[in-house]
Design a binder for this molecule. Structure first.
Ligand SMILES: Nc1ncnc2c1ncn2[C@@H]1O[C@H](COP(=O)(O)OP(=O)(O)OP(=O)(O)O)[C@@H](O)[C@H]1O
Ligand SMILES: [Mg+2]
Length: 486
């Protein structure tokens, strides 16, 4: 390999046919005397177009038959060399770091010598060691191309905002399961908003036996084994639900506050009394109608109950998870859009309450297709307020444009699966921790189950990894009509 050109932090390298280099590989460009080296990543492989005489020669070669009649005449035996050069490729590489005395710095301000420098492939395990990607709490993501393992450190997910995105059925939810299971293995508290009911059997192996996670996975299905007693509910939580999930106007909300407080004082806070009080309330007809329709929405969700014994103590599940590590899977599969918002609004308000009271340390929240239940204002909240409370979110989506732009800007880690659509790639390229060329060039060629890890988890050295299989029942499959018809 030979250094050919450098423009900004893009470096072009001429690679000859016997050197197999592919997109995503890392190269080490060492200067003979400067004791410095550049670490660059191949982001594109092109045909070499060598200007000048050589180009002329190359051009004339394939149809040389037209120009030269008769026997081939090659006294200097130059033809094999020309073919060799013709097969050469041009590696477009992005400079990722400068290495000096085994330490890395993200600069590209110096230029290695074109004639003296040597270029070789940098094995991924060496890079992992140099960049200190693995750490005290390892999570094996899977294998890299040179059949080594990519191990990240769980602490690089701690306090962070993550995005897992890619086309349909490329393995996003699978990776999210892998991450959350590893986190609970390290005693973290995890909450999953499970839209398709595909995290429910994580406590089972593929052949249906209990696995090590069995006792750490709690599935809560709203209106089935997950209900809230009205008595346990704080006024501010129910108001958040009414205002944000059910769009109750301000004036009606004030009336509701009055009704709720008076019921509480009389110790008669139950669903029936609440309905009766709204019906008999001496207020404006519109206010009463507004309150009554919301009351019915609450009632129809079957998420609220008067029976404290029937109510799930979310706190209990969370505290259990806090001690030994565990995941609470909120099964939203059969929950209607309105009810989903009610449940999510309740949960987020509850988490904030528990976290601010220091009764919980932190929650790793995994949210599948969050635009289907997260209200507008939460997007900003999640990057600012929620993060400070200790809610560390991972968004999983196959429609990257449903995730707000500021989430991309603030994301610390992005796990990118295949995308071919230009628009989708454009959206992901807005992420601050990555350059658009890398995203566009590498993500387009990723096979299913391969992901490009970007950001803090890989210390900003983008790496392609084949995500490893899991021995858990994943239930992520799409239901098929023709599957069992033979
Ligand atoms: N690394 C992997 N090893 C083995 N099987 C995998 C891997 N990744 C995904 N799968 C399997 O491929 C299928 C699709 O994966 P998954 O459900 O994770 O895709 P997805 O990207 O979340 O799809 P969707 O966009 O439909 O949500 C599942 O059956 C899953 O078990
Ligand atoms: Mg999925």
């Amino acid at each position: 390999m030979k250094l050919y050109k450098k423009e900004g932090n893009i470096i072009q390298i001429l690679s000859f046919p016997n050197e197999t280099v592919e997109k995503g590989d890392y190269l080490l460009i060492e200067d003979a005397d400067a004791a410095k080296a550049l670490i660059a990543q191949v982001i594109d492989v092109q045909f070499a177009s060598i200007p000048g005489i050589l180009e002329e020669l190359l051009r004339s070669l394939p149809d040389g038959g037209e120009l030269v009649q008769g026997e081939d005449f090659d006294p200097l035996e130059i033809a094999p060399h020309i073919t060799y050069i013709q097969d050469a490729s041009l590696l477009v590489c992005k400079i990722r770091a400068t290495m000096e005395n085994e330490s890395l710095s993200p600069t590209s301000s110096w230029l290695p010598s074109r004639s003296q420098s040597t270029i070789r492939k940098l094995p991924i395990p060496t890079l992992i060691k140099l960049a200190k990607i693995d750490g005290e709490l390892p999570i094996i993501l899977g294998g890299t191309k040179d059949s080594s393992l990519l191990t990240i450190d769980a602490t690089s997910l701690d306090g962070r905002l993550n995005i897992i995105t890619g086309k349909k059925e490329t393995g996003k939810s699978h990776l999210s399961k892998l991450l959350m299971l590893n986190l609970i293995g390290y005693k973290a508290t995890v909450v999953v908003f499970d839209l398709n009911g595909e995290y429910l059997s994580l406590g089972m192996t593929t052949d249906g036996k209990r696995n090590a996670y069995y006792d750490k996975i709690h599935v809560l299905t709203p209106s089935e084994n997950f209900k809230v007693a009205l008595k346990q509910l704080n006024l501010h939580v129910i108001l958040e639900i009414l205002i944000h999930a059910l769009h109750l106007p301000g004036t009606s909300a004030r009336e509701f506050r009055r009704i709720w407080q008076s019921l509480k004082e009389r110790d008669s806070l139950n669903l029936h009394e609440l309905g009766e009080t709204i019906r008999n309330c001496h207020c404006n007809q519109h206010v009463r109608d507004a309150l009554f329709s919301r009351y019915h929405a609450l009632l129809n969700s079957c998420f609220f109950t008067d029976n404290v014994a029937e109510a799930t103590f979310l706190e209990e599940c969370l505290f259990k998870a806090k001690e030994h590590g565990g995941a609470i899977i909120i099964n939203l599969r059969n929950t209607s859009p309105i009810d989903r918002q009610i449940v999510v609004e309740y949960l987020l308000a509850k988490f904030v309450e528990l976290l601010t009271g220091n009764r919980l340390k932190a929650i790793f929240l995994f949210a599948e297709e969050a635009h289907l239940y997260l209200r507008e204002t939460y997007w900003d909240d999640i990057v600012t307020r929620m993060r400070h409370f200790g809610i560390f979110t991972t968004f999983i989506t196959n429609q990257p444009d449903t995730v707000r732009e500021n989430i991309y800007r603030q994301a610390d880690n992005i796990f990118l699966f295949n995308f071919t659509n230009e628009h989708d790639l454009e959206v992901v390229s807005r992420a601050a921790r990555v350059d658009a060329e890398t995203v566009k060039s590498i993500a387009r060629d990723l096979p299913p189950h391969y992901c490009l890890a970007l950001g803090r988890v890989v210390r900003d050295f983008p790496m392609v990894v084949k995500v490893k299989a899991l021995d858990v029942k994943t239930m992520g499959e799409t239901r098929l009509f023709f599957k069992d018809m033979n």
